[in-house]
Design a protein around this ligand. Structure first.
Ligand code: HEM
Length: 124
C-alpha cells in the first residue's frame, strides 16, 4: 500500500476538509498565488478536498467526477516556477500548522506535498 494512504485512517475526513479550507484562506493572502485561481474558490476547494481524500486513502469520488488526475498536465495552464511552488507549499504548511497533527502524520503529508509540488514546476 502507498504509505500516504494511511493518512486518511489517521486523521479522517473532517481534518482533510479543514486543511483544505485553511489552505484556500491562505491562498487569499498571497497575491501571486491568488491571481492564478478563479474568482470563486469554492469549486477549486472541493476539487482539492476530493483529490486529497482519494490520495490519502479515502473514497475515490475525485476520480469518479474528474477521471484520472493527470495533475502535472492539468497544471500546464499556469506557469509554475520555484517561487510559485514555494508559495503553494508555504500556504500548505501554514494550514497544516493550524491542525493538531501527529508529528509522524505531518511529516508524511509534508513529504507528499513537497514531492508533488516539485513535480508541478513547469517554468524556469
Ligand atoms: C506547485 C504549486 C501549485 C500551484 C501554483 C497550483 C495551482 C493550481 C491552480 C491555479 C489550480 C486551479 C484551481 C481549480 O479551479 O481547481 C489547481 C488545481 C489543482 N491542484 Fe494545484 N497547484 C500547485 C500544486 C499542487 C499540488 C502539490 C497538488 C496536490 C498535492 C495540487 C492539486 C491540485 C488539484 C487536485 C487541482 C484540481 C485538478 C482538477 O481536477 O481540475 N496542486 N492548482
Amino acid at each position: 500500500m502507498n504509505p500516504f494512504q494511511s493518512v486518511f485512517e489517521a486523521i479522517g475526513e473532517e481534518k482533510i476538509k479543514e486543511l483544505v479550507s485553511y489552505f484556500y484562506q491562505e491562498v487569499e493572502t498571497i497575491p501571486e498565488l491568488r491571481k492564478l485561481y478563479p474568482e470563486d474558490l469554492a469549486p477549486a476547494e472541493r476539487r482539492l478536498y476530493l483529490f486529497l481524500l482519494q490520495v490519502f486513502g479515502g473514497p475515490q469520488t475525485y476520480s469518479e467526477e474528474r477521471g484520472h488526475p493527470r495533475l502535472r498536465m492539468r497544471h500546464f495552464n499556469w506557469e509554475i516556477d520555484g517561487k510559485m511552488r514555494n508559495h503553494w507549499i508555504n500556504a500548505m504548511i501554514s494550514s497544516m500548522d493550524k491542525l493538531d497533527l501527529d508529528p509522524n502524520v505531518r511529516e508524511l503529508m509534508l513529504n507528499y506535498f513537497i514531492k508533488v509540488a516539485n513535480h508541478m514546476i513547469n517554468h524556469e
